[in-house]
Design a binder for this molecule. Structure first.
Ligand code: ADP
Length: 392
């Protein structure tokens, strides 16, 4: 009895329930190939056996049907399960649910055609479930991807609109600045003429000085606005030619000497070599160096030194403008290269601060394929380092 509970019966049938092969018969049912499944069970379970077959063909797998079977002239209840492929039915029966599960495991390893077909079916089922899961993932991915594409489309429309507005803004600033330039030059010219004649005194002389100063400031502002508009709209063209960086540094020092002297600042050139030739646009280079030198003087106290250092590395020609001035707080270092970032309202002697120069310098340096960096500490001065690639 105890032995029976661990045993079972397994056989394959054709779709009509005719036994094809007996894989296992530990219970002694004695079924042979050719017998009908319906005849195998007790007469009272015959109807149920037909329904079992129907259900098996329809649902492909059934489990846990209880039917009575005559064994050795006695009727025993068995639990049935089955799997169906197109050509085969595989039917298992065991005295209990537990032994049926064990039997199922055992039979799945058997090397019979019906079992292999069933295994394939199980495998296909598993695959189908996985595929369904993959499809779900794929659907979700496609949805996200579409969303991303839509966002990108929206973003590029907005970017294009923004670019158009920026272009238009630059164009208008360019026109306004250009139209302001001539009248300003006239105001400045007459104011300086009156100053030079020296016929005014007292308050009148001060008024004219103020007119000249304001006109100068406005001309500088207008010039920088024009430069910025040009750089931003990509209108700057480079006329490259071999330029000696050492000579350019010396030239900038000489034209800024008066400015430095006026604040009692020493302006020196410290060159590692006699000359260093790089392919650069001479006008833009002058603008780059002058801007840095003017800033160094602007943001330094009297009695200090501004040094223009020229040196080379393996790959670059390097120009450094070093001052001992007020320095820049570390958290502001990135900002100073952005347009309209004047951290100071004015220089140490009240010079005007517009906040455009360094952003223009950076663009011009980068147009030459170079880089600009700054090192600075408040109170300890600043070093602006410009590196241009040397011809290879
Ligand atoms: P501007 O000098 O007209 O304000 P810049 O773009 O040339 O415009 O400089 C931006 C800001 O960077 C300045 O307002 C100043 O605060 C800071 N800066 C630039 N150069 C120096 C320097 N050598 N030392 C200290 N601060 C500097």
């Amino acid at each position: 009895m105890n032995q029976l509970t661990t045993r079972g019966v397994a056989f394959s049938c054709d779709p009509n329930g005719v036994v094809l092969q007996v894989l296992k018969d530990d219970l002694g049912i004695g079924t042979l190939p050719g017998a009908s499944f319906a005849d195998m069970v007790d007469v009272h379970s015959a109807e149920k056996a037909r329904n079992f077959l129907l259900s098996l063909r329809e649902r492909k797998s059934v489990y846990g049907w209880q039917m009575n079977v005559s064994i050795d002239q006695s009727v025993r209840p068995l639990v049935f399960a089955g799997g169906a492929t197109g050509d085969y039915l595989l039917i298992l029966a065991a005295p209990s649910q537990n032994s049926l599960a064990g039997l199922f495991e055992e039979i799945l390893n058997a090397n019979a055609e019906a079992v292999q077909a069933l295994r394939a079916l199980i495998e296909r089922e598993r695959l189908r479930t996985e595929l369904a899961r993959d499809y779900d993932l794929y659907d979700e991915l496609s949805r996200l991807n579409n969303e991303l594409i839509n966002r990108e489309r929206e973003l590029s429309i907005k970017t294009a609109a923004l670019e158009r507005v920026t272009e238009e803004k630059n164009r208008l600033i360019g026109i306004a600045a250009h139209d302001l330039r001539n009248p300003l030059l006239i105001i400045r010219g007459y104011a300086e003429l009156i100053q030079a004649e020296g016929q005014l005194d007292g308050e009148s002389a001060e008024y004219v000085d103020e007119i000249a100063r304001s006109a100068l400031y406005m001309t500088e502002l207008v010039d920088e606005l024009l430069d910025n508009a040009k750089v931003e709209s990509g209108q700057v063209e480079l006329n490259l030619e071999p330029i000696d960086l050492v000579a350019a540094a010396k030239h900038s020092a000489s034209i800024n000497h008066r400015r430095a002297d006026g604040k009692d600042i020493s302006l020196v050139v410290d060159a590692q070599v006699d000359s260093m030739v790089v392919n650069l646009d001479p006008v833009k280079l002058r603008q780059i160096i002058n801007n840095l030198v003017v800033n160094a003087i602007k943001y330094s106290e009297s009695g200090t030194t501004v040094t223009l250092r020229v040196r080379r590395t393996d790959r670059d020609a390097v120009l450094e403008v070093v001052d001992q001035g007020i320095g820049i707080p570390e958290d502001q270092l990135d900002r100073i290269f952005q347009p309209f970032t004047a951290l100071q309202k004015s220089g140490t002697a009240g010079e005007s601060a517009i906040g455009l120069g360094l952003s223009i310098v950076k663009r011009l340096v980068e147009l030459h394929g170079g880089t600009i960096q700054v090192q600075s500490r408040p109170g300890a001065g600043s070093t602006f380092t410009v590196a241009f690639p040397l011809p290879s």
